[in-house]
Design a protein around this ligand. Structure first.
Ligand code: SF4
Length: 188
């Protein structure tokens, strides 16, 4: 029986490993790399290159969204100083999920999802309601999940190690990079 198509927002290659494998049990998964939050551009290029390499290895069809940096900064304006996990992140999730849902709608893909909840730093209780609201607006069904559960994060780490994937040490935006650098300095 043919599996229904699903457009998967992918934040990076390591997070995609376990999530793609899990979703493929029920869906015909198409990857959607939509991450204008990633700073600097060289880091964006590196994460995208790793994702393309991994997608090729596992035979995953991938679509790359526009790198809309200016729009992203506009969207998060006023929340720059929020800590990771705060208001800025909710806007950032919505920014990326909204583009995924709209693209699914345009392309007639009936389902969409995101890799985001596989990270222990990202709350499903924040991400799933955003997906649900976008599903109502677009008509594409949102696959609700908390992929970190049932050892999802641990398995994704193992799978990315086995695939030799680059794993970044900060979430993505300039503010998370600075926060990370401050933490390292504080320890030194
Ligand atoms: S910390 Fe991560 S989720 Fe939060 S705004 Fe920055 S890139 Fe987006």
């Amino acid at each position: 029986m043919e599996k229904p198509p699903l457009l998967l927002h992918i934040c990076c290659a390591p997070c995609s490993t376990y999530v793609v494998r899990t979703l493929r049990e029920h869906f015909d998964v198409v990857g959607y790399f939509c991450n204008p939050n990633i700073h600097p551009e060289a880091e964006y290029a590196l994460r995208l290159r790793e994702m393309k390499r991994y997608a090729e290895n596992i035979g995953l069809r991938m679509i790359v969204a526009e790198y809309e940096v200016d729009r992203w900064y506009e969207a998060i304006s006023g929340t720059e100083q929020e800590p990771e996990g705060g208001k800025r992140c909710a806007i950032c999730y919505r920014f990326r999920l909204e583009r995924t849902a709209r693209f699914a709608q345009e392309q007639g893909i009936p389902n969409f999802a995101s890799t985001l909840t596989v990270s222990p730093h990202k709350k499903a209780a924040v991400i799933n309601p955003i997906g649900r609201a976008l599903a109502e607006q677009t008509g594409a069904a949102f696959y609700e999940a908390d992929f970190k559960k049932r050892d999802g994060f641990k398995i994704s780490c193992r799978m990315s190690r086995e695939a030799g994937l680059y794993r970044q040490d900060y979430c993505g935006c300039i503010f998370s990079k600075q926060e990370r650098e401050r933490r390292i300095k504080g320890k030194g």
